[in-house]
Design a binder for this molecule. Structure first.
Ligand SMILES: C=C1C=NC(C(F)(F)F)=NC1=N
Ligand SMILES: [Mg+2]
Length: 216
């Protein structure tokens, strides 16, 4: 298997759903199925923070969500936990600046998808050099999900990256809803990633569908 192409990566980013048991209002498996039926294009398993599952419970929960993604041919990405991603043969991993370097993670995961959170031009250029396939840039708007989120930056960095002619696939993240998703794409992102807009919704199918329409 070889590294995913830029064009193919771009196709996976339009509506990137991120969820863990700790930020899900209804049954997580049912929410994921509804989100997939509504048209999400990629899924990230992000089990962290207070009340998150650990050890065997986390592994078993991840396997259940990965099975759902496999059945519907939706890429299953694991946040932070490289060892878990390798153990499950996940489709990829997402790391932040406080995780292992992208260079080391790339060596560990081979040709799997590698996503990196970036907050400056320097971090963008380093992530590209070290083998990132896509970047997460934000928080674009105020977010309640990530307790240690950096300051809200709108689409300013996304626009600066595009103005420099950097074409790596980018997904915006942070406080994105059906009401503001279009502005993220207008700012130069290839997609939007959301947690609460779907995971905390009473109607995840409708919420994901509105986002899909709003962003594209
Ligand atoms: C902190 C994060 C920032 N961006 C992303 C993604 F949207 F996938 F790029 N995922 C994260 N977990
Ligand atoms: Mg991380």
């Amino acid at each position: 298997m070889s590294r995913i192409s830029t064009d193919r990566m771009r196709e996976l980013l339009p509506l990137y759903f991120i969820m863990g048991s700790q930020n899900c209002k209804l049954n997580p498996e049912e929410v994921l199925i509804k989100a997939i039926e509504a048209g999400i294009t990629q899924f990230q398993f992000r089990e962290k923070g207070e009340n998150s599952l650990k050890g065997r419970d986390k592994i078993e929960f991840a396997k259940k969500l990965q099975t759902i993604c496999k059945k519907h041919k939706i890429p299953f990405i694991v946040n932070d936990d490289i060892e878990l991603a390798i153990a499950l043969d996940a489709d990829g991993v997402h790391i932040g600046q406080d995780d292992e370097s992208a260079e080391i993670v790339r060596q560990k995961i081979g040709d799997k998808i590698l996503g990196v959170s970036t907050h400056s031009i320097e971090e963008v250029e380093k992530a590209i050099l070290e083998g990132a396939d896509y970047l997460g840039i934000g928080p674009v708007f105020h977010t309640k999900t990530k307790k240690d989120a950096k300051s809200v930056q709108g689409t300013e960095l996304i626009e600066r990256v595009r103005d420099k002619g950097i074409q790596i696939p980018i997904v915006g993240i942070g406080g994105i809803t059906a009401h503001n998703a279009a502005s993220v794409i207008k700012g130069g992102a290839d997609g939007v990633s959301v947690v609460s807009a779907i995971s905390m919704s009473d109607e995840p199918y409708e919420s994901a569908g509105e986002l899909r329409k709003a962003a594209f």
